[in-house]
Design a protein around this ligand. Structure first.
Ligand code: GDD
Ligand code: MG
Length: 366
C-alpha cells in the first residue's frame, strides 16, 4: 500500500489573521478545506494511508477528519514542540505501516496546489533507483523557495533554501514541496532534535553523493502560503486553471446554495461565496473569497481579497488585495489598499481609511 506524510505543523504566519484560529491547510479554498483537495489527489494516486505531521492547532485536524468515511487510513503524529520539516518527517515515519527499507514514501508540504502526476513521480523514483526524488518546478522569482539546480540526467547538484543574494540565484528551478523518500533515508534523519529537511537533510544527502534526483514539470503549481497566492489558488480551482476532483466544472464563481447574492451584483474571476453570506446590490466581487455569514453592502468592490467569516463590508467600500479577519466590521466608504491585513473583530468607521483621500469629511473650518 502506498503511504504518504503531509507536513501541516507550520503556523501560517503570512496568512494571519486567517490562521489565528485555523491552520493554513484547513482554510477554505474553492468550497473545501485545502487539505481535502490534497487528500483527494493522494487517494486518486492510490495512497491508502496518510500520516499528518501536526503541531500548531493540531487537534483541529482530528476534528476535521473525525467523520471521514472514505477508504483511507489517517494517522496523526503530533509534535508538542515543532520539530522542523525534517524532524516532522522523521517523527511521522514512526506511524507508517510498511517496514521495507526500500519502500517509497510520498511526502507533501501542506500548502501546495499542484498538477503534478504523483504516479509518474513515483515511477521516476523507482526507475532511477533514487534515494530521494524531488518534484521541481520553475518560477519567475525563485527567492522565496528552495533552489535546486540539476544536471542533464536530473541529478540534484545542490540545494539552496531561500537564497539571500543575487549570486545565489543560480537557477529558477525550485523545490515544489513534494518528495519521494526511500524509507531507510527517511529513518536516518535524527529523531531527537529539530531538523530542517531543506537546510540540513537535502544538502547533506547531495554532499554525501546519495542518489537525489529532480523531476521537473511544467504543470500548474502554486504555494498558497501568502494572501495573494491563496486567493489566486482558490480562484484557479473554481475557473478550472487548477483541478481538483472536489470542484465541479469550471465556472466564474462558486456560490453556496444558502448565500444570497443580489442579481445586480457581479461575482467573477473564480470567487467563492460562503454559506449564509449576503451580497447586496451593485457589488463587485472579483477573484476573492467571501466567508460564511459575511454581509457586503451595496456598491462595495472586493478584488483579490479574503473576508473571513461573520464580517461585514460597508456600502461603497473598496478592498484590493486585503485580508479581513473574522467578525470584523468595515464601515461605508473605506478604501483599503493592497497588503492590508485586518485583525479579527476590528471595527473601521465609515471613511476611516481612504488611500486616495477626500476633502468631504474634513472638520477643519477656514
Ligand atoms: N509538522 C511540522 N512541523 N510541519 C512543519 C513545520 C514543523 O516544525 N515547519 C513547517 N511545517 C510545514 C508547514 O505547515 C508547511 O506545510 C510545510 O511544512 C512547508 O512550510 P512553509 O512554511 O510553507 O515553507 P515555505 O513555503 O517557506 O518553503 C517550503 O516550501 C517551498 C515550496 O512551496 C520549502 O520546502 C521550500 O524549499 C519550497 O521551495
Ligand atoms: Mg509554503
Amino acid at each position: 500500500m502506498q503511504e504518504a506524510i503531509i507536513l501541516v505543523g507550520g503556523k501560517g504566519t503570512r496568512l494571519r489573521p486567517l490562521t489565528n484560529h485555523t491552520p493554513k491547510p484547513l482554510l477554505g479554498v474553492a468550497g473545501s478545506s485545502f487539505i481535502r483537495h490534497q487528500i483527494a489527489k493522494l487517494m486518486d494516486a492510490g495512497v491508502g494511508h496518510v500520516v499528518f505531521a501536526t503541531s500548531y492547532l493540531a487537534s483541529l485536524f482530528e476534528e476535521e477528519f473525525k467523520d471521514f468515511s472514505q477508504d483511507l487510513k489517517i494517522s496523526y503524529a503530533v509534535e508538542e514542540v515543532p520539530l522542523g520539516t525534517g524532524g516532522a518527517i522523521r517523527n511521522a515515519a514512526r506511524l507508517l505501516h510498511g517496514t521495507s527499507p526500500d519502500a517509497p514514501v510520498l511526502i507533501l508540504n501542506g500548502d501546495i496546489l499542484s498538477g503534478v502526476d504523483l504516479p509518474t513521480l513515483l515511477e521516476r523514483h523507482e526507475e532511477r533507483a533514487a534515494d530521494v526524488t524531488l518534484h521541481l518546478t520553475r518560477v519567475p522569482d525563485p527567492r522565496a523557495f528552495g533552489l535546486v539546480p540539476t544536471d542533464g540526467s536530473g541529478r540534484v547538484l545542490s540545494f539552496l533554501e531561500k537564497p539571500k543574494t543575487p549570486e545565489e540565484c543560480v537557477t529558477d528551478q525550485i523545490n515544489a514541496g513534494c518528495y519521494v523518500f526511500r524509507r531507510s533515508v527517511l529513518d536516518a534523519i535524527p529523531a531527537d532534535r529539530e531538523v530542517s529537511v531543506e537546510q540540513e537533510t537535502f544538502p547533506q544527502l547531495v554532499a554525501a553523493g546519495r542518489r537525489v534526483y529532480g523531476h521537473t514539470t511544467e504543470e500548474y503549481w502554486r504555494d498558497l502560503g501568502t494572501p495573494l497566492a491563496f486567493v489566486h489558488g482558490s480562484a484557479d480551482l473554481v475557473t478550472g486553471r487548477a483541478t481538483s476532483s472536489l470542484v465541479g466544472p469550471p465556472s466564474e464563481a462558486l456560490i453556496h446554495p444558502t448565500a444570497v447574492v443580489d442579481p445586480t451584483s457581479r461575482v467573477t474571476g473564480g470567487s467563492t461565496i460562503g454559506p449564509h453570506a449576503v451580497i447586496g446590490p451593485h457589488v463587485v466581487v472579483d477573484r476573492s473569497i467571501i466567508g460564511a455569514g459575511v454581509v457586503v453592502a451595496e456598491d462595495a468592490r472586493i478584488h483579490e481579497s479574503v473576508v473571513d467569516h461573520d464580517s461585514s463590508i460597508g456600502r461603497a467600500s473598496l478592498l484590493r488585495e486585503v485580508v479581513v479577519g473574522c467578525h470584523a466590521h468595515i464601515g461605508a466608504d473605506n478604501e483599503l489598499p493592497a497588503q492590508l491585513r485586518l485583525s479579527c473583530g476590528i471595527r473601521i468607521p465609515a471613511q476611516g481609511v481612504r488611500v486616495s483621500g477626500t476633502a468631504a469629511a474634513c472638520p477643519t473650518v477656514h
